[in-house]
Design a protein around this ligand. Sequence first.
Ligand SMILES: Cc1cc2nc3c(=O)[nH]c(=O)nc-3n(C[C@H](O)[C@H](O)[C@H](O)COP(=O)(O)O)c2cc1C
Length: 253
Amino acid sequence: MKLYEICFSPTGGTKKVADMIAKELSEDFQFIDLTDPSADFSDSVISGDDVAVIAVPSYGGRVPAVAAARLAHIKGSGARAVLVCVYGNRAYEDTLTELEDIATASDFKVIGAVAAIAEHSIARQFAKGRPDTEDTQELSLFGKKILEKIRSGATDSPVIPGNRPYKEIGGGGMVPAPTHDCVKCGLCARKCPVQAIDLKDPAIVDGGKCISCMRCVSNCPKSARKVNNAMLSAVAGMLSKVCTERKQCELYL
Ligand SMILES: Cc1cc2nc3c(=O)[nH]c(=O)nc-3n(C[C@H](O)[C@H](O)[C@H](O)COP(=O)(O)O)c2cc1C
């Protein structure tokens, strides 16, 4: 059995959680980075006796559309899959259900699913420091239980929460822009998962392509990329009502 970690993680929270699960399943794994806009995902060869940890963040209770599209190119060949959805302590709604449908359509056999919490990548005061020590212990235990199921040879699929049809895709429009501290190093443009930022002039952003993933904000070595303050305060105000109470990690096996 070979382990794959197939992950879309613009600001690293999803990857942290996926790594915690993956390292319980195998000492080493092959990483497939769904944020890489230049990768040809149909090149990934996964065979029937492999296992994949497929991890995405929740965006508005859904799988980020670009992650869904890239994932659809990977052929599962009947390999077992453990789905991971990471969210910012509001809710993940239909993310796991949608991910289950995408994985199944790509010929993966879903044997488990995890929902976990990481710092909210837009309003970073929510779920700050998560996954924390308590999450780490819980996720390590989840990983051990998943490994037991893999070793038992069981391939039944758990009942995963969520609705079909899924929630409508909403939100968007939070397009980060450079501040006066920008030195035009171009890192944001090179690392943008959807190539929305102009390589020569990072002030030029294709708003139609930007998915508001906040990678450019979190990656900037000069902290010189920001979203509009008024917009951010409005979002934080809305989230404070629904994000404050601590949500727990969940395992579906
Ligand atoms: C565009 C966007 C939409 C989001 N929507 C939700 C949401 O519906 N519920 C939630 O709890 N967190 C939401 N979040 C927070 C992310 O799911 C969370 O911060 C996640 O850890 C980000 O993953 P990453 O660090 O791998 O980029 C959203 C973040 C972004 C950027």
